[in-house]
Design a protein around this ligand. Structure first.
Ligand SMILES: NC(=O)c1ccc[n+]([C@@H]2O[C@H](COP(=O)([O-])OP(=O)(O)OC[C@H]3O[C@@H](n4cnc5c(N)ncnc54)[C@H](O)[C@@H]3O)[C@@H](O)[C@H]2O)c1
Length: 369
């Protein structure tokens, strides 16, 4: 915060799960002041405001009418992101959106166009790309430690969040699934390291048409799965790199946060892109073990991108977790989903009979009778 200037007035809209992390941080960062908590369910907004000493709470229109609020932190469910952001822009407020920016690229483009015309800014999660893990990786790559980066491998797989998430339906609805819910972390890391992608291809699957809520007051409730829960994607980048990415909630095996960047001289393993900090690991061709490199930089958590944004607004500089980067990620995810639904693969036409399984007694040493 510039000496003597007022902290930037902020409203948090959407007071569900993740608002706790944001409010814990935003109420301690000196550059911002949370003036209002809002939710479609105003009792939730009031409870959060009371818990974090926020002076006022109520409905979304009340938040947007508040003259001290200059930026709306939009933490609503993905289906409401674009609508709430658009209303905030129409009220002359800057917007920080949780990911994804919008349900599709057209809606994302419309939002950024509306903001440009209104002269306000849009920033978007994930701000984990500002954390010490990825920032240290960027510095390491720039120092030449892995040579020229040529490819990436990312893996996110597990059984899915319905076992522990009390209201998981939105995570399996259009605009979510493992690709749209968690893809932004992985795709934003690669976009930050490689720059823009030029093409993608993918296959998608859905292991089950329905799932069952595993915890909370609605435990046992069955709901429909509307999106692919397994996506395997390939991406090509303008700077020449290629990436293989797996996003799956159809896997009993839990393995998340796997991001490896392979360069001409070494492979770099990054920390989980869903978090801000963590060690880096580097391995060269003749190494038998990884070399661990501690990361350096801020790992304060969610809301870091809001602080970078308000500082950039005050200074008239571009902010880092930008709407344009988030739009690129939405465009990639939409293209991956289209390809996975059948648009983007070359057919392979020949067929063959799958060979039979060998008898366990089969041996090349015993003469066939
Ligand atoms: N939960 C997590 O661990 C997590 C982590 C990172 C990012 N996110 C993202 O944060 C966002 C919110 O996730 P969550 O887990 O807090 O969800 P949630 O369902 O717990 O909370 C969402 C809140 O938004 C409110 N809401 C819905 N529509 C609204 C509207 N039109 N106007 C005003 N309020 C509205 C709901 O009443 C609810 O209180 C999502 O985009 C999600 O992808 C969540």
């Amino acid at each position: 915060m510039a000496a003597g200037s007022e902290p930037f007035g902020v409203a948090v809209v959407g007071c569900g799960n993740i608002s706790n992390q944001y409010l814990k941080n935003l109420t301690t960062f000196p550059d911002v002041k949370v003036l209002f908590c809002a939710d479609i369910d105003t009792s939730r907004a009031r409870a959060r405001a009371a818990a974090y000493d926020v002076p006022a709470a109520g409905s979304v229109p009340q938040a947007l009418e508040h003259s001290g609020v200059r930026l709306v932190v939009n933490l609503t469910i993905p289906a409401a992101h674009a609508e709430v952001a658009s209303a905030a822009i129409a009220a002359g407020k800057h917007v920080w959106n949780e990911k994804p920016l919008a349900p599709d690229a057209a809606a994302g483009r419309a939002l950024l166009g509306q903001a440009r015309e209104a002269g306000v800014r849009v920033g978007c999660a994930p701000d984990t790309v500002l954390g010490s893990g990825l920032q240290s990786a960027r510095r390491l790559i720039a120092s030449g430690a892995i040579g020229t980066p040529i490819s990436a491998l990312t893996l996110l797989q597990g059984p899915g969040p319905e076992s522990w998430y009390p209201d998981p339906e939105f995570l399996f609805a259009k605009g979510a699934g493992p690709l749209f819910d968690l893809g932004p972390y992985y795709l934003s890391v690669l976009a930050t390291l490689f720059g823009p992608a030029t093409a993608v291809a993918a296959v998608g699957r859905k292991a089950r048409g329905t799932r069952v809520i595993g915890s909370g007051p609605r435990k046992g409730t069955e709901f429909d799965v509307q999106v692919p829960t397994y996506i395997s994607a390939l991406a090509e980048y303008a700077a020449g790199q290629a990436a293989s990415l797996l996003f799956s909630w159809d896997s009993p095996l839990h393995r998340t946060g796997f991001v490896e960047i392979t360069g001409t001289e070494a492979t770099l393993a990054l920390p989980d892109p869903n978090f801000f900090g963590g060690d880096l690991r580097v391995r060269r061709a003749r190494d038998t073990e990884w070399s661990v490199i501690g990361s350096r930089g801020a790992a304060a958590g969610r809301g870091t991108g809001v602080v970078d944004m308000v500082r950039a607004i005050e200074r008239g500089e571009p902010h880092r977790a930008s709407g344009e980067l988030a739009l690129h990620v939405v465009e990639m995810m939409a293209a991956i989903e289209r390809s996975a639904s059948g648009s983007g693969f070359e057919p392979v036409e020949s067929v063959f009979d799958v060979p039979g399984v060998l008898d366990p007694e089969w041996s090349p040493y015993v003469r066939a009778s």
